[in-house]
Design a protein around this ligand. Structure first.
Ligand SMILES: [Zn+2]
Length: 96
């Protein structure tokens, strides 16, 4: 799956081999980023496990939901916990 619809907005999922390439602005090393201006979710692939990549994808999807639903009181820590829980329920990218 290379595209995902979040709250009616289509995002393209792009994979990168280096943390320095994930940040759209090139400022800091990241494992994942959602870029609203380009409708992109950018993920570090390299040697990470499928589980780790999927958890990061859930994390970025949750950022999208929080943005589009105007939820303003979820910390990064709680987003990570929710991403972890969702990852145990659904394998979002199938067997890729
Ligand atoms: Zn985050």
């Amino acid at each position: 799956m290379n595209k995902i619809n979040i709250c009616g907005m289509e995002f393209t999922i792009k994979y990168f081999d280096k943390e320095s390439e994930v940040d759209h602005d090139g400022c800091k090393p990241l494992v994942g980023q959602i870029v609203y201006t380009k409708n992109e979710i950018r993920l570090l692939k390299s040697t990470r496990s499928k589980t780790a990549i999927n958890q990061t994808l859930w994390h970025e999807i949750l950022h999208g939901i929080i943005e589009f639903e105007h939820i303003d009181d979820l910390s990064e820590y709680n987003i990570d916990r929710m991403a972890n829980a969702l990852n145990t329920i659904a394998d979002i990218r199938g067997n890729k």
